[in-house]
Design a protein around this ligand. Structure first.
Ligand SMILES: NC(=O)c1ccc[n+]([C@@H]2O[C@H](COP(=O)([O-])OP(=O)(O)OC[C@H]3O[C@@H](n4cnc5c(N)ncnc54)[C@H](OP(=O)(O)O)[C@@H]3O)[C@@H](O)[C@H]2O)c1
Length: 326
């Protein structure tokens, strides 16, 4: 079995979880880490026993043997960091939100295609066993025709105007950070909406603190979605069908089981394997794609990520949120 050498660019909160998750894959090795600070890179490398640590992102390109780079910087930086790696010929798994706006994500996609280098959005939710099972049940018509999808994602974030979640310079706000999950799941199950309407309440920095969205689809379905940085919510996703309901249990973006509630029947719990945090599922998929010589994922195609970014642009237009430089 071929071993894949991973690199991580940007060593914040999620980089640590990703590094821990990689250890669950027998044929993955964390080969290099890059930070803006050499001391931080060395500390991270010591913790995870990483052979190469560099104190600038550019230096990552000088390390031989990297098979894929996981980009874990703020949304505002994804475009520049993805281009840096792609132009150096390195396959990229880039965190969500894929970019600041659809113009940037299109540029990333064009660059990957021109260079023939793999690129995928790190939408880990897509690769959980529970999501695959739910897609199968819905496609089989188990809950009949889906009429409505409701999904939420909210938590109380401590208000720090300079930090990633609230800072407009870092593309802060609930929509790009967590509202992207309800939008993602609605798109996964219902496709592209015909119509979308959004309202938001701003944080003092001007980015959205709460964002609520309603959508309608050609199939006759509707969706109601919301995100907030000011309240803990259940992080639920429920699909309401003509024959029953399907609940993605746990926090839906990392679901570990499904509840099937068919009309006039006892509810059924379907448990779905989930190991650790679950970041290794997306990493494993990237490895499989690379093994097959693919330059994009068949399960999470670049067009999907581009359309998701366009939906977020539409929402931001409606709620009047523009980021600096846009
Ligand atoms: N999939 C998930 O479950 C999940 C969960 C949380 C976050 N995320 C995503 O992961 C990305 C990073 O989130 P995080 O929570 O890890 O953020 P974080 O803790 O703030 O870390 C981001 C890292 O990016 C680097 N960076 C580069 N330019 C920066 C700048 N101008 N300002 C601040 N940091 C900069 C820094 O690393 P160095 O100092 O080492 O260079 C920093 O530690 C975001 O896109 C977020 O949406 C995903």
């Amino acid at each position: 079995m071929r071993t894949f050498n991973w690199a991580i660019l940007g060593l914040g909160h999620i980089a640590h979880k990703f590094a821990e998750s990689l250890a669950l894959l027998p044929n993955a090795r964390l080969h290099a880490v890059a930070s803006r600070s050499a001391a931080k890179a060395e500390e991270f490398a010591a913790k995870f026993k990483v052979p190469h640590a560099v104190g600038s992102y550019d230096e990552l390109l000088t390390i031989p043997g990297i098979d894929a780079v996981y980009i874990a910087t703020p949304h505002s930086e994804h475009h520049a960091h993805t281009l840096l790696c792609l132009q150096g010929g390195l396959p990229v798994l880039c965190e969500k939100a894929f970019a600041l706006n659809a113009h940037q994500s299109q540029d990333m996609i064009n660059t990957a295609k021109e260079r023939g280098v793999f690129l995928m959005e790190a939408f880990w939710t897509r690769f959980f066993p529970a999501i695959n099972k739910a897609l199968e049940l819905v496609a089989d018509g188990t809950i009949g025709e889906v009429k409505h999808l409701a999904a939420d994602f909210g938590f109380v974030a401590s208000y720090q105007p300079e930090a990633r979640l609230f800072n407009p310079e870092l593309a802060g706000g609930s929509l790009l950070d967590i509202g992207v999950y309800p939008l993602f799941i609605s798109k996964l199950f219902l496709g592209e909406p015909q119509e979308i309407r959004a309202v938001a309440v701003p944080a003092p920095t001007g980015v959205d603190q709460n964002c609520a969205m309603v959508l309608s689809y050609a199939s006759g379905a509707t969706a109601s979605l919301f995100s907030t940085l000011a309240a803990n919510t259940d992080n639920q996703c429920i699909l309401y069908g003509s024959k029953g309901q399907l609940h993605l249990n746990g926090r839906f973006h990392a679901a570990n089981s499904l509840a099937l509630r068919l009309t006039d029947q006892e509810p059924q719990l379907i448990s779905c394997e989930k190991q650790g945090y679950g970041y290794h599922y997306e990493a494993e998929h990237v490895q499989q794609c690379l093994e097959q010589g693919l330059t994009e994922s068949p399960l999470l195609p670049l067009q999907f990520s581009q359309e998701l970014m366009q939906l977020m642009d539409t929402v931001r237009q409606q709620i009047g949120l523009r980021y600096p430089g846009e």
